[in-house]
Structure formats: C-alpha cells, structure tokens
Write a protein that binds this ligand. Structure first.
Ligand SMILES: [Zn+2]
Length: 337
C-alpha cells in the first residue's frame, strides 16, 4: 500500500457511506446487476519478454515466489505511468532487493490484452465502517473487522486473473490506471473523516483482507504508477512485501500506527530496502520465509509449497507461531474526550 498514509483507520456515518458507495457503484450496478457473469480477458503473451533469460539465474531448491504480470493494452492515451518494460524493470529491482534474504523471484508469465474499460479505474475496498481506536492495535482491529473488497474490484480480478492450479500461491501484478482506497482519519475531537487515496500500488494484503478476498485472487497486487525513480525501484518490491511478509508499514521500533515516512526498511515509505530479522526486526525475514507464496523446486521439477495460512492469514495467524509482534493500540484523541 505504497500511498496509504495509515493502515487501518476506518469508519463513517451510515448516511455518508450509503451516499458515496451508492454513487461509486451506480454505473456498474446498472450494467452488471448483482454478481453478473464477468467476461474473462483474452490475454496474449508478450513475445518480446524472454522468460528463460529473465529466470536463468534461478537456483533449484532455493525459496522461490512466482510472479505473473498483466498489463492492459487499452489504457487511455493520456495514461503513461505503467508499461510492460517498467513492470519488468520493477521485478528485476525486486529480485535484487530480495536477494539478501535468499528468496528468489520467478517470472512465470507476462501478458497483455484488452480489459473492460470500467476496470481501468476501481475503488479497491468499501469505506471502512469502524475506525481504529486505542483499545486494539491495527492488526487486531483488522482481524475483528477485515477490509472488504468492493464488488468492482472483485469483478476486475475475476476478469483479469486466469484460472490456474497455483492461483492461491501466485503473485499477480496487475497494471491499472487508478486504484482508489478509502480510509478513515481522525479529524478533530471524536470525529473521523473519510479520505480517498490514489494508490501507486496496492497489495490487498491478507492481514487486512483475510477471509474477505476470494482465495483465487488473494495474490492480486495492483500497480498504477512506476513513473518516478523511487517508484520504479521500490514499489513492486514493497507491494510484494505486504503480501509475503504480511505486515503493514513498520520497521524495527516503528509500529504501524506510528510515522511511516522514514528510511531503512522496505516496508516504510522512504528509500530503504532492508528486510530485518528477529524480534528486533519484527520478524520480517522469518515471516517472509514462512510465506505460503514460497516454494522450493524439488529435483523432479515439482514444487514443495510452504504450509498455508491456518486462519486465512491475519497478522497473528498461527502459521507464524510466536513470530508476530504484540504492541498496544494508539489514538491521537485527547484521552479525556
Ligand atoms: Zn505499503
């Protein structure tokens, strides 16, 4: 969630929610009432990308994650923030960033095609209903009230992601024009306000969407801006980090509720690419190595996948054992409100 200032603030008055959600969904609800069948995109492999050359440094037996790329061919002419080349460069940068962890990235497919234009710009999640307060930390709050995918985002993924036996274990980088994420922020006193952030990349992470995103699409990551040097280098690695470490914006002593604009860690906003280990590193490396998106290639060519989440992949999923940080909730409100 490269441009979400703060994970997890959520809530709003029912009236405003109904208004905004109603307005956002009105157009698609008429054309596609309920869960109308979504037309799958007729993807074509991008012939200019040499997968074998890109993957030639892979070592069998080392922990590996599979990444597939979808780039629409019908972006609006004014949109120039994503291209196949920029996606490949970003994955190459991610390979370098993850190299010190011993985890390698395999590029499994790069495809292009015409998508339904209504999916070029989507609202990612429903407006959160309940804001985070000091009684729970943001991960505990997300477990209690997971983020909910919008119907338009679900239909977009259904249209884009092709059925595959490894659907639930593959990371899908999907180029789109606008992916808008609503969140809640303390306004003043005991009032919250809804903001909508235009994301440069959004990872739909399990700690936030556990049990609310269809399993086949749980690997979806939208990429909407790789046009600045910082985004070109870090955005794809950072978004993959949300998925495979299953953490928010945090690093060492920086809890997700605190300031996240700082250097050092890959999971902060800044220039850092560090994936720290141990309790002092908030178990980032250990959580990465335990990720259900990782496998080791056996000598017979089959994949030995890591065990899957036991409770859908919330931050404290038993898969991680003790490799999860306990920290108090926080509120900027006057304690004497
Ligand atoms: Zn992020």
């Amino acid at each position: 969630m490269r441009s979400s200032p703060k994970q997890g603030s959520r809530a709003l008055s029912a009236a405003v929610a109904a208004l905004v959600v109603g307005a956002a969904c009105a157009a698609s609800a008429q054309a596609h009432p309920g869960h109308a069948k979504v037309t799958p995109v007729a993807w074509k492999t991008v012939a200019s990308v040499d997968l074998a050359a890109f993957n030639k440094d892979l070592v069998a037996g080392k922990p590996t994650m599979d990444v597939a790329v979808y780039v629409p061919s019908n972006f609006d002419p004014a949109f120039k923030k994503i291209s196949v080349e920029q996606m490949i460069d970003g994955i190459r940068a991610a390979k370098e960033i993850y190299a010190p962890t011993g985890v390698q990235i395999k590029l499994v497919s790069v495809k292009t095609g015409v998508i339904d234009p209504r999916f070029l710009s989507i609202q990612a999640n429903e407006i959160p209903r309940v804001p985070d307060t000091e009684y729970l930390n943001s991960y505990e709050a997300s477990k209690r009230h997971p983020t909910e995918l919008t119907q338009m985002a679900r239909e977009a993924f259904e249209s884009v992601i092709e059925p595959d036996k490894d659907n639930t274990r593959t990371l899908y980088l999907i180029g789109l024009q606008d992916v808008i994420m609503p969140f809640l922020e303390l306004a003043e006193g005991r009032n919250w306000t809804v903001k909508m952030v235009r994301t440069g990349g959004l990872s739909f992470p399990s700690y936030s969407y556990y049990n609310t995103i269809p399993e086949a699409y749980r690997g979806a990551i939208t990429i909407t801006n790789l046009s600045t040097p910082g985004r070109a280098r870090r955005t794809i690695a950072h978004e993959i980090g949300h998925k495979v470490m299953n953490v928010s914006h945090e690093y060492k002593t920086t809890s997700p509720a605190h300031e996240v604009y700082a250097d050092g860690g890959l999971m902060l906003y800044g220039t850092g690419v560090d994936v720290p280990a141990g309790e002092a590193g908030r178990w980032h490396l250990e959580r990465l190595l335990a990720s259900p998106y990782l496998y080791r290639l056996r000598s017979d060519g089959t994949k030995q996948w890591n065990p899957d989440y036991k409770e859908g992949g919330h931050y404290y999923d038993p898969l991680y054992g003790q490799k999860a940080v306990q920290f108090p909730g926080q509120s900027k409100m006057d304690p004497n409100w």
